[in-house]
Design a protein around this ligand. Structure first.
Ligand code: F0G
Length: 457
């Protein structure tokens, strides 16, 4: 078999700058060891996120030029609405400036204190928006989903039995909606099967609980279904996505992922009454319902990008390049979440640094080492992001897993960039025994990972 190549050539380039180790030490100190506080120009390979970091295509730039900036009823809105309707199938579509705005509006309308919202695994903003309203966010991944080394083709699946137990335990009236995140970002970028969405949908419908899909990486998820689910190999990713969304009552979407755009998102629902309430909130903070906080040109870039994300040549390259990074690390012994996910590789930092206890933040230590070693920026998804600090006692409970995510921006880096990341990670791996941990110096009460300050232990 031949090498699977990037199915594009480069028209416009953006220089990246090498720094010295001394410079990086200084930048780390200035940033209080929080890589969110670094200047992006001091980062060589930026794997902080795959969100809003995609390279747009020539067609998307052409779409931007067609952008219609009319305040109400612009042509861009209709192109956006039609693209979303074709793929997602929902009747009411509300554009938002990004995914979390859709979450905030949806939860504000549906959630009250005492409510419980299940999901395979809530993303940090999803959880935070639910908790902000006094409701409880519950993660129900299948058992394999909690074990980094366990291999399962659909490790992102929601545990249907645990959902059934939850409904029986807390009662249907306390569950205003159920969610499924595709792919399951916080659980390793792992896909969810069509069969699982169907089963969750049947259970929810039998109790009258609406099912919403957190659809950020729907195209990657559809491609995994094509590759791995029996009977799906001859179908297009579009047809698979359409079927998947047909089992849901609505979705939240960050177009900064599989919308291939740098900004944007939407909220969709089939419920007219809900849509009316959501629209009122949308107007209050996002904008008129035909632009929702976006420029017309952004809506056009998304309309084009959503279809590009479903292109099979692109998806083959996308999934293959992520697997390439994962396989090269795991073959050398680096503990990662297996099998490699769609948009990112997740290193198990607790297994990487067994000498660093969870409360000394092994993920944070690895993030710092990757930057120190080679100017690579990754993100901690462990106790810094998901640990819990009791506000009165100050006692810290660690997260279930200590992960470091290497997220791959769409169409941005080439194979040699990824080879560089592999080499640098293996250099840290060789000297892992000498690495020590961190502790918090300062932290905010919610979403603390963005602004926290750290000190080496
Ligand atoms: N849901 C999931 C599964 C996400 O991964 C994200 C964002 C959101 C919702 C929120 O969307 O950023 O447009 O407001 N994830 C980014 C990441 C930030 O790095 O994984 P947003």
């Amino acid at each position: 078999m031949r090498t699977i190549i990037e199915p594009f050539k480069i028209k416009s380039v953006e220089p990246i700058r090498l720094t010295t180790r001394e410079q990086r030490e200084e930048y780390l100190r200035e940033a209080a060891y929080n890589v969110f506080l670094l200047r992006a120009e001091d980062v060589l390979i930026d794997l902080l996120t795959d969100s809003g970091t995609a390279a747009m295509s020539a067609e998307q730039w052409a779409s931007m030029m067609r952008g219609d900036e009319a305040y109400a009823g612009s042509r861009s809105w209709f192109r956006f609405r039609d693209a979303v309707r074709e793929i997602f199938g929902f009747t009411h579509i509300l554009p938002t400036h990004q995914g979390r705005a859709a979450e905030r509006i949806l939860f504000s309308v549906l959630c009250r204190p005492g409510h419980v919202v299940p999901n395979n695994t809530h993303f940090d903003t999803t959880r935070a928006n639910i908790e902000y309203l006094g409701a409880e966010a519950v993660d129900l991944p299948i058992a394999e989903g909690r074990i980094p080394a366990a291999r399962h083709p659909f490790k992102g699946n929601l545990d249907v039995e645990r959902l059934r137990e939850l409904i029986a335990r807390v009662g249907r009236e306390r569950i205003p909606l159920c969610m499924i995140t595709i792919t399951n970002n916080s659980g390793g970028g792992q896909p969810v099967s069509l069969e699982n969405v169907r089963a969750v949908s049947e259970l929810c419908r039998s109790h009258g609980i609406p099912l919403y899909i957190d659809a950020c990486r729907f195209a990657e998820n559809a491609y995994f279904i094509k590759l791995r689910e029996p009977g799906q190999s001859d179908r297009s990713p579009l047809a698979i996505a359409q079927e998947l969304f047909s089992y849901a009552d609505g979705c939240t979407m960050s177009a900064k992922k599989d919308g291939m755009a740098n900004i944007g998102g939407f909220l969709a629902t089939n419920d007219a009454r809900l849509a009316q309430q959501e629209q009122n909130l949308l107007i209050l903070t996002e904008g008129f319902p035909t632009y929702g906080g976006l420029a017309g040109r952004d809506l056009d870039a998304i309309a084009t990008g959503l279809h590009e994300a479903l292109d099979e040549d692109y998806l083959l390259y996308r999934i293959t390049s992520t697997t390439y990074l994962g396989d090269h690390l795991s073959r050398a012994g680096v503990p990662i979440i297996e099998p490699p996910g769609g948009h990112a590789i997740y290193i198990d930092a607790a297994a990487f640094f067994p000498q660093i206890p969870p409360l000394e933040l092994p993920g944070e230590a690895l993030v710092v080492e990757l930057y120190r070693e080679a100017g690579i920026r990754a993100v901690e998804i462990g106790t810094v992001m998901f640990g819990r600090r009791d506000a009165t006692t100050g006692v810290e409970t660690p997260a279930a897993m200590e992960l470091v995510r290497l997220a791959i921006p769409r169409r941005v880096y080439t194979q040699s960039h990824i080879d560089y990341v592999v080499e640098a990670t293996l250099n840290v791996w060789e000297r892992r025994a000498a690495v020590t941990g961190f502790r918090f110096d300062e932290q905010a009460p919610v979403l603390r990972h963005f602004t926290a300050k750290f000190q080496p232990v």
